[in-house]
Design a protein around this ligand. Structure first.
Ligand SMILES: [Zn+2]
Length: 446
């Protein structure tokens, strides 16, 4: 470590081999060595000793709606990436919709990258979008560096991003499989949604009934069948219905290439506790019952669910009306995701190593960034979060960096205070202070 510029030392460093006291040597933004805790610090290197706070790899959040450009009153790269940094996230991958333009052509990707470049406090990558009419654009987008393609099987909530019917899904997936890409899918079946009871109004139970589990289960079955037929690689976004888990396990056992994510809100909030009219809890698919939540945790523990991502999808407060049928659907949780998941994970007997696996290692693998991100290991980017895991705080919306401070977590007491966040060996956030943006724009590794 003779050429190290920085040494980060902690009694609890989370590495792929487990948690141990260590000194992490950093040169040129890269981890050069993971050494014993008492390793001598070379002359000229700066020592940052965080004591008993935990040093963990920066989180990689592969599901964030930044909405920039176009709906920047909802969020934006400046605010989203600051919130990410405040919450220990060092890489985010932006969803292709809710921005204007959506990321559905190479030209649109160019526009998005230009907007993000000067505002990124953390590293930012992009998903492309698969629409009914852009099959011809998919290969070029893949070659331009998007990490994969998002599609909806039911209406997305914005007119400029229409969903795919079964034939269109088959066509898009065949094209994506042909160039070895990844399709990520919002899996709710439109016919089951149309057949579900719809009352509108402020009752959460009515909203829940309008987005039934079988809509998810059927769409997941559709996706699995297509992935199997085409030998394609697919990813189920924001799984909420635990009833879909058995078919996912069965598909995996058969060798179908399907991965699955879920979100902090499905793991930490329950339908039983959502107050009527509280549409800050509205998202699609919805937050379900506590018995469902138990099964999601079980699936995380046994590996059926690969990873946990925020699906941070904010809007302005005025769109969060008390009518669940018409309120904007999306939960804002970027800055709070680590603490929310850790609080509940610990209660259920999981370790921080598990949380790191779900929120950093596996998400980095999902997008093929695991040569650079997702672990404290030699050769990876020196991206870290320093966490006081036993310290608690009560969520005060005013303390959030999100552009809009509407959050379902308001007033909750959470464990896990992020003391500082580091990107390529530079401290980018600590105690509510931030450096100038130092994030890079990331592209899929060919
Ligand atoms: Zn989403």
């Amino acid at each position: 470590m003779s050429d190290a510029q920085l040494v980060l030392r902690s009694t609890r460093v989370i590495t792929p081999e487990g948690t141990r006291p260590a000194s992490v040597a950093v040169t040129g933004g890269t981890i050069k060595a993971v050494l014993p805790h008492d390793a001598p610090v070379p002359s000229g290197a700066r020592l940052e000793d965080v004591g008993d706070d935990v040093l963990l790899p920066g989180l990689v959040d592969t599901h964030v709606h930044v909405n920039d450009p176009g709906r920047t009153e909802w969020e934006g790269f400046w605010t989203a990436t600051r919130a990410a940094a405040a919450g220990g996230i060092t890489t985010l991958v932006d969803m292709p919709l809710n921005s204007l333009p959506p990321t559905t052509t190479v030209e649109h990707l160019r526009v998005k990258r230009a907007v993000a470049a000067a505002k990124a406090h953390v590293d930012v990558g992009f998903w492309g979008g698969a629409l009914p009419d852009n099959v011809k654009d998919l290969r070029a987008l893949h070659e331009a560096g998007v990490f994969g393609f998002k599609a909806f099987l039911s209406p997305s909530g914005v007119d400029e991003f229409p969903h795919l019917d079964q034939d269109q899904l088959a066509r898009s997936l065949a094209e994506i499989a042909d160039f070895g890409g990844l399709l990520i899918v919002h899996a709710e079946d439109p016919d089951h949604l149309a057949a579900a009871p719809r009352h509108g109004g402020p009752r959460y139970a009515d909203f829940l009934a309008s987005r039934p589990r079988d809509a998810e289960d059927t769409a997941v079955a559709t996706l699995i069948a297509q992935a199997k037929r085409l030998h394609a690689r697919v990813h189920v976004l924001h799984l909420s219905s635990s009833d879909a888990l058995p078919q996912i396990r069965a598909a995996r056992a058969e060798g179908v290439r399907v991965t699955v994510e879920t979100c902090p809100h499905y793991l930490t909030l329950t339908a039983e506790e959502v107050p009527d009219g509280a549409s800050e809890f509205k998202c699609c698919p919805p937050i379900r019952e506590s018995a469902n939540q138990d099964l999601l945790w079980q699936a995380l523990a046994d590996g059926t669910i690969d990873c946990v991502v925020t699906d941070h999808s904010p809007s302005t407060a005025d769109l969060k009306t008390a009518d669940f049928a018409t309120a904007w659907g999306g939960i804002s949780g970027l800055q709070l995701s680590l603490a929310a998941v850790w609080t509940e994970a610990r209660r259920r007997g999981h370790g921080l190593e598990d949380v790191v696996r779900w929120m950093s290692t596996r998400t980095a693998e999902l997008v093929g960034l695991d040569h650079r991100k997702g672990a404290i290991a030699v050769g990876r980017d020196a991206d870290f979060a320093v966490l006081a895991p036993d310290e608690t705080f009560t969520v005060d919306p005013a303390a959030l960096q999100h552009r809009n401070r509407v959050t379902a977590y308001a007033g909750r007491t959470l464990s896990g205070v992020v003391r500082s966040t580091w990107l390529r060996g530079e401290r980018i956030a600590a105690g509510g202070e931030f450096t100038e943006p130092k994030g890079q724009l990331l592209s899929r590794t060919p």
